[in-house]
Write a protein that binds this ligand. Structure first.
Ligand SMILES: CC(C)(COP(=O)(O)OP(=O)(O)OC[C@H]1O[C@@H](n2cnc3c(N)ncnc32)[C@H](O)[C@@H]1OP(=O)(O)O)[C@@H](O)C(=O)NCCC(=O)NCCS
Length: 144
């Protein structure tokens, strides 16, 4: 069974490990590893500020992915990172679906078009492309 729960401090090293894996950051805004110090600052905000939340997906007690929500002026941005060893198994769709199915506000995601797995997962969860800036395409999901 897969469940979503709020991230806690004990998840920090696992999240940093996923973040600094080459195939993870390839499609990020900052496509390079982050330092422990930068990560600790980022994590500190996400553990205390309700506008910047993290949820961990677990499968049979093992951490399999991370969902990030950032409230910004232009709306709520959502991001998804699956643990490297749990990619390619259709789990990203299940996790994103759980994270978005009851959303009552529009959700935005910025995706590089070359990130085909991400595009597929977000489109299956009712995100539609609105336009791009040459690097990222903005996808939006309106409440169903
Ligand atoms: C992107 C990510 C969340 C996708 O989750 P996942 O569970 O690994 O997704 P899957 O491998 O099951 O692939 C999803 C779909 O894309 C398809 N796909 C994957 N790679 C593909 C490729 N190179 N060409 C065509 N289709 C591809 C899969 O066949 C699958 O199709 P389906 O929906 O028809 O079954 C995950 O790979 C990840 O965490 N990547 C690193 C972080 C990241 O890029 N996050 C997104 C930032 S916007």
């Amino acid at each position: 069974m897969i469940l979503l729960r709020p991230a806690v401090l004990e998840d920090s090293e696992t999240i940093l490990g996923w973040r600094n894996e080459k195939t993870t950051y390839k499609y990020f805004r900052t496509p390079s590893p982050v330092t422990q110090r930068t990560h600790d600052h980022w994590m500190g905000i996400r553990l205390t500020d309700p506008n910047h939340r993290l949820q961990i997906a677990e499968k049979e007690g093992e951490r399999i992915g991370l969902v990030r929500y950032d409230e910004r002026d232009e709306g709520c941005e959502i991001g998804l990172t699956m643990a490297p060893k749990f990619r390619g198994q259709g789990l990203g769709y299940i996790v994103l679906n759980m994270a978005t199915i009851n959303a009552e506000i529009p959700l935005n995601a910025y995706i590089k078009p070359a990130n085909i797995a991400s595009v597929r997962v977000f489109e299956r969860c009712h995100f539609f492309a609105l336009g791009g800036d040459g690097v990222f395409v903005l996808y939006r999901r309106e409440p169903l």
